[in-house]
Ligand binder design. Sequence first.
Ligand SMILES: Cc1cc2nc3c(=O)[nH]c(=O)nc-3n(C[C@H](O)[C@H](O)[C@H](O)COP(=O)(O)O)c2cc1C
Length: 156
Amino acid sequence: MGESIRILVGTTTGNTQYVAEEAQYQLKQADFEAEILPMDDLDAGVFTGGGIFLVCVSTYGYGDVPANAKKLYESLVKDKPDLSAVRYGLISLGDSSHAQTFCFAGRRFDQILQKLGARRLGEVLNHDASSGVMPEEAASGWMQLWTPAAREVLAV
Ligand SMILES: Cc1cc2nc3c(=O)[nH]c(=O)nc-3n(C[C@H](O)[C@H](O)[C@H](O)COP(=O)(O)O)c2cc1C
């Protein structure tokens, strides 16, 4: 049986869901178990017990997290759990036409997770909807680096 990775999805119009499905496909190909969890019903309790997470989130409004990610984000800010047993990767979707707030929702998650002691695995993928590259295509390339990094952590 493979090791389990939870993929958390914050989205408004679904692009991030496609990214999560691509990431799940690649993880399964690499013999991990990977579960996609929409953020809708989640709060900070999802991180209890630690583990490896892949946070996939887009930006809306004026640099805001999507509506379905609000409960989780606000619960992290309010409850301040100790996340020292959490390792996470981050895929952040945005559009550089929103120059002042490009990919801010991902940045918000990155900041709060680190503040609570979680450790990021790899660089953040900031996808730009104006780049002409499909987000799941960008994610596919990024996963080729992230997946071995996750394996290394699990091997330790
Ligand atoms: C009303 C609206 C507001 C947006 N605001 C931002 C923003 O502040 N910063 C940003 O980087 N992208 C912003 N975007 C771009 C989205 O994050 C981008 O299109 C993303 O791919 C959407 O992913 P999703 O379908 O998973 O929600 C906005 C898009 C819309 C339609």
